[in-house]
Ligand binder design. Structure first.
Ligand SMILES: C[S@@+](CC[C@H](N)C(=O)[O-])C[C@H]1O[C@@H](n2cnc3c(N)ncnc32)[C@H](O)[C@@H]1O
Length: 214
């Protein structure tokens, strides 16, 4: 049976960018999972899972008794995630859902760990609601682990980085921004949603990692 899937050029570009071998080789998510104390048996939610950049390492970390649920608005990206889970023998612990991120169609206090990698900048003005939703779905004491770009205090450098992104084949349009939130703005969002023990770190120049507890 021929199982080749044909995507639009835009979706192909996005898959290429999100699923490239260099990105997987960085080991970023493994570090994030360690800091967030991901553990066997946990129920994990990946908000804006895309092609599974965070979902797949999380599925390995939670073991056969745990589960990871990936929500995303893009069905083609989730298909790539499902294919990767199948290839790695992780299908039994990975589920997906095409849907909105703010609000989330996920029960309250049902999740041990929420992951959200490189999504908040795309949500823009909906980001605060998405963070509030992450707080709602977490069990008390559960953690959120966020990775995203950060707006740095160097305005000229921010502009230079945005110009680089705009030149990429699936590059941002004039209104799209990657360096949308500063560390302070991200902290405010987390605090406003009710998170505690907020640990914000710079990761690789203009990237940031945030871990916080409900
Ligand atoms: C830059 S990608 C990151 C994907 C993945 N977390 C990763 O790190 O590779 C952003 C993801 O958020 C999803 N997304 C953005 N805005 C969304 C929205 N309003 N509703 C649902 N999904 C959305 C996109 O479909 C995409 O998969």
């Amino acid at each position: 049976m021929n199982t080749t899937v044909h995507h639009t050029p835009e979706v192909e570009e996005t898959i290429y960018r999100l699923d490239g071998p260099l990105r997987w080789a960085l080991g970023e998510v493994q570090g994030l999972l360690r800091t967030a104390q991901a553990a066997p048996g946990q129920r994990v939610l990946d908000v804006g899972a895309g092609t599974g950049y965070a979902t797949i390492p999380a599925a390995r970390a939670v073991g056969p008794d745990g589960s990871v649920h990936g929500v995303d608005g893009s069905a083609p990206l989730l298909k790539v995630l499902e294919g990767r889970a199948a290839k790695e023998g992780l299908t039994a612990r990975v589920t997906t859902q095409v849907g909105a991120l703010a609000p989330l169609d996920v029960p309250t206090s049902s999740v041990d760990l929420v992951l959200c990698t490189y999504v908040l900048h795309e949500l823009a003005e909906d980001a605060a609601l998405a963070v509030a939703e992450m707080h709602r779905v977490l069990k008390p004491g559960g953690r959120v682990a966020i990775a995203d770009y950060r707006k740095t205090p160097d305005v000229a450098r921010n502009r230079e980085i945005e110009a680089w992104y705009a030149r990429q084949p699936d590059g941002a349009g004039p209104d799209e921004r990657h360096l949308r939130f500063s560390l302070e703005e991200l902290e405010q969002m987390l605090r406003g949603a009710g998170f505690q023990q907020i640990d914000l770190r710079t990761w690789h120049d203009f990237h940031t990692h945030a871990i916080a507890t409900r």
